[in-house]
Design a protein around this ligand. Structure first.
Ligand code: INI
Length: 180
């Protein structure tokens, strides 16, 4: 892990804490010095490329250096947990993002792929103790996926990149001892 100060920054008025309480909250806009890995699925590539572009844009905007970004491509969302676990357990990254698009077809395949991707990605985070973020769209159709990958409802890849930066700081802020 690269060294950085733990971030304990208030981001707007959410809930007022009692006097003396400590607030730990990562800043999603401060990516400098963080090392991030992306596991990117190629299935439904028209969508996943847009998610990846959004994630990379958000990282660049937050100051993450290109040399601190690794992108591993997998065939489909079902393979994301394997890549996520390898990347996270390598201890070389402050956070790992998983990007994919599972679009409902006429068969139960959608449910199996979506469920296993979600479950496996959650397990990768638990097993590695490194933040692993879920950026897999699960939609009924391509239109909904386009809307969420740089269309009228934003870009889930960018959202997840900012969440990864926030969680990387949070992980540092919560590391060891009473006063991290
Ligand atoms: N993979 C996806 O990422 N999205 C899908 O919508 C999808 N569908 O619908 O089949 C999909 N299937 C492939 C799967 O992820 C694996 O790559 C494949 O089964 C090989 O293990």
């Amino acid at each position: 892990m690269s060294p950085s100060r733990p971030i304990a920054r208030a981001r707007g008025a959410v809930t007022a804490l009692p006097r003396g309480a400590r607030r730990v909250e990562g800043d999603p806009e401060q990516g400098r010095g963080l090392r991030l890995a992306v596991a990117a699925s190629r299935f439904n590539e028209r969508i996943t490329e847009r998610l990846l572009a959004g994630a990379l844009d958000a990282m660049r905007a937050a100051g993450v250096r290109a040399a601190d970004i690794t992108v591993a491509f997998v065939p489909g969302a079902f393979e994301l947990p394997f890549a996520a676990r390898r990347l996270a357990s390598s201890r070389r990254f402050d956070a790992v993002l998983c990007l994919g698009a599972v679009i409902r077809g006429g068969t139960p395949h959608f449910d199996f792929v979506a469920r296993e991707a979600a479950r496996g990605i959650a397990r990768a985070a638990e097993a590695s103790d490194v933040p692993v973020l879920f950026g897999v769209l699960t939609t009924d159709n391509v239109r909904q996926a386009l809307d969420r990958s740089g269309g009228r409802l934003g870009n889930r890849g960018a959202d997840v990149a900012r969440a990864a930066i926030e969680m990387a700081h949070l992980a540092r802020g919560l590391r060891g001892g009473r006063r991290a």
